[in-house]
Design a protein around this ligand. Structure first.
Ligand code: BGC
Length: 382
């Protein structure tokens, strides 16, 4: 406890914030223009900034490092705000050991088997960082890059444009990839993410965001009592390395059936081979709506205790539901409490894992002259 307190105070000093702004309950400003403060400094001297935004009852802080959502506060049924996204208070913690808390993921969200794929007859070897496989863009993915951040207000919206250019060959991927991600808070308090990317050589792209949700508040314990509904009748079963077998299997009659709202903990301990592989749920749902030109509703998460509700709409054809299986009590979060298995869940909108090696999955190939576009909207209510 003593240690945590010191870490928190050191974090406050690094961020140049008054101690009253910590603990995830208050913000440095109440206005609509995003406010920039120093969050910390990387070992190479690069400064990392934190941007505070508020609109429609939602408040968030975003870091220039990894485009990380460092906190996201929404009200409960009585109007009390809590930070519903796992994270840390210091840049040192993010650099040392973050399991992608709140981060932008690229160039390829999820796994590519053996970190290998062939495109137009050329074989590429990616950075391998998860057993034999490449996960979330390799050893130094977009979550560990410093983004250029530009604030905006537009009509009743407030937000940030985040830019990052990934050089040809970075982490083994072909082509210079120019990426722009826009985080918008709408007047209704919705958080919208628009992703865009272009390339100068044929490549593969699959961008997402890795918020760990706990609608009762980060550090409050397990999310097993949250209720989840997913509009997906099939999922992509995996092998022991969590690479899809290629099958699109029905969820009917399995622990993966969330077509009706279900308690997350309900079937989590069934002796199902797929749950053994994932140490719980760590699977991609094939969304019934498929790839869509406009974001369409795909999932609802509800915490009965606080009354907080998250609805997700996306243009993407897939959703990775990860039940926080690898949180193991070794990380101390922004509220000073340790994170244990199942203390949060991720709902990552995306194309399917290992698509570059699965010709019948929706393609993730991006060619020069094309623009990659993807949108996900998170709506909050109570
Ligand atoms: C993956 C998990 C992985 C986690 C990393 C999730 O997107 O599905 O397998 O362990 O990211 O924290």
């Amino acid at each position: 406890m003593e240690l945590n307190r010191r870490t928190v105070i050191a974090g406050a000093a690094a961020a140049g914030l008054a101690a009253t702004t910590l603990g995830g309950t208050a913000h440095a400003h109440g206005g609509r223009t995003p406010v920039k403060t120093l969050f910390g400094t990387l070992a190479d001297g690069t400064k990392v900034y934190s941007w505070s935004l508020a609109n429609g009852g939602t408040r968030m802080r975003v870091l220039s490092y990894g485009g990380i959502v460092q906190s996201l506060e929404i009200p409960d049924r009585r109007g009390c705000h809590a930070n519903v996204s796992l994270g840390f208070d210091t840049i040192e913690d993010y650099v040392a050991s973050s399991p992608y808390f709140g981060a932008l993921i690229g160039r390829y969200g999820n796994r590519i088997g053996k970190g290998r794929f062939t495109l137009d007859g050329t074989a590429y070897q990616l950075s391998v960082n998860d057993g034999d496989n490449s996960l979330h863009g390799g050893a130094k993915g977009f979550d560990k890059r410093v983004w250029d951040v530009e604030p905006f207000t537009k009509g009743s919206d407030v937000g940030l444009h985040l830019h990052y250019t990934s050089v040809d060959g970075e982490m083994g991927y072909p082509g210079t990839l120019r990426t722009k991600v826009t985080y918008t808070l709408t007047r209704h308090g919705d958080w919208r993410i628009d992703y865009e990317a272009t390339t100068d050589k044929a490549t593969v792209v699959n961008l997402t965001n890795h918020v760990y949700w706990n609608l009762a508040g980060e550090g409050s314990g397990t999310v097993e009592d949250h209720q989840l509904k997913i509009a997906g009748s099939r999922y992509t079963p995996v092998d022991s390395g969590l690479i899809p077998t290629g099958e699109l299997a029905p969820v009917a009659g399995t622990p993966f059936d969330f077509r009706r709202a279900k308690r997350i903990g309900e079937d989590l301990r069934e002796a199902h081979q797929q749950l053994l592989y994932g140490k719980g749920i760590d699977h991609n749902w094939v969304l019934d709506k498929g790839l869509s030109p406009r974001p369409e509703w795909v999932a609802t998460l509800r915490d009965p205790s606080s009354g907080r509700i998250l609805r997700i709409a996306t243009t993407e054809p897939g959703l990775q539901f990860y039940s926080g299986n690898f949180l193991d009590g070794t990380l101390v979060g922004s509220g000073g409490r340790i994170y244990r298995q199942g203390d949060a869940l991720c709902l990552e909108t995306q194309h399917f894992p290992d698509s570059p090696n699965q010709p019948h999955f929706p393609t993730t190939v991006l060619r020069p002259g094309q623009t990659y576009r993807s949108t996900t909207v998170h709506s909050f209510s109570r």
